[in-house]
Design a binder for this molecule. Structure first.
Ligand code: GRF
Length: 211
């Protein structure tokens, strides 16, 4: 059975989606950098081992990342998932888990890297926004894209409404990316991801539509 370690920082709704998904693997541990992360309770209720590696306990990123890696390696994971993990990781850490580290980001990358993606999307007036599941490389929010989901930005949207629409899609594509990975269906060729057996997407999203 393939082993998965999930890293979180907060509420843990993406973790919940992973726990509910039919994955060909087992979530062996959930590790949080925030002791108060709600996702820790979700993991405990599901009977999953939890650990906290609090970034404030370490003098610098390097020592934090090394402690985090020790917590992860205890479970010998085949896959490490960043599910709302809000710390910037060192190149050392990212290289250690190269090609088995995936992240969910709440925008259609490469647009809106970094934080406050929904606020910035609204400020730019984009009509289409979304989420991206991608492999993690040392460049922040820049690794090979596995799958993206697009949603419309609707007139009258505020940050909360848009975030909720995007989050619903995160909950679909993060487990989908994890499942494909665990099934051995992802290959990175020249920095781009190929998915074995993926269907072409038939629909287009035009926003707004003609009345
Ligand atoms: C998600 O929107 C994720 O993309 C972002 O932080 C949020 C985490 O939500 N980086 P949750 O903890 O999974 O509920």
């Amino acid at each position: 059975m393939k082993q998965i370690v999930v890293l979180i920082s907060g509420r843990g709704s993406n973790l919940q989606a992973l726990l509910q998904a039919p994955l060909p693997g087992r979530i062996a541990a959930v590790v949080s950098n925030e002791p108060a992360a709600g996702g820790l309770d979700i993991a405990k209720r599901a009977g999953v081992y939890t650990a906290v590696v609090h970034h404030r306990d370490f003098p610098d990123r390097d020592s934090f990342d090394r402690a985090l890696a020790a917590g992860i390696d205890a479970h010998a994971p085949d896959l490490v998932v960043l599910a709302g993990f809000m710390r910037i990781l060192t190149d050392w850490f990212v290289t250690r888990y190269a090609e088995r580290l995936i992240n969910i980001h709440p925008s259609l990358l490469p647009a809106f890297q970094g934080v406050h993606t929904h606020r910035r999307a609204l400020a730019e007036g984009v009509r289409v926004h979304g989420a991206t599941a991608h492999f993690v490389t040392p460049a922040l929010d820049h690794g090979p894209i596995i799958v993206q989901a697009a949603v419309p930005v609707l007139q009258g949207d505020d940050e909360q409404a848009l975030a909720a629409r995007v989050l619903a899609q995160e909950h679909k594509i993060l487990p989908q990316a994890a499942r494909w990975f665990l099934e051995g269906r992802l290959r990175v060729v020249d920095g781009h991801v190929q998915v074995d057996g993926a269907r072409a997407t038939p629909a287009t999203l035009i926003c707004p539509e003609e009345a």
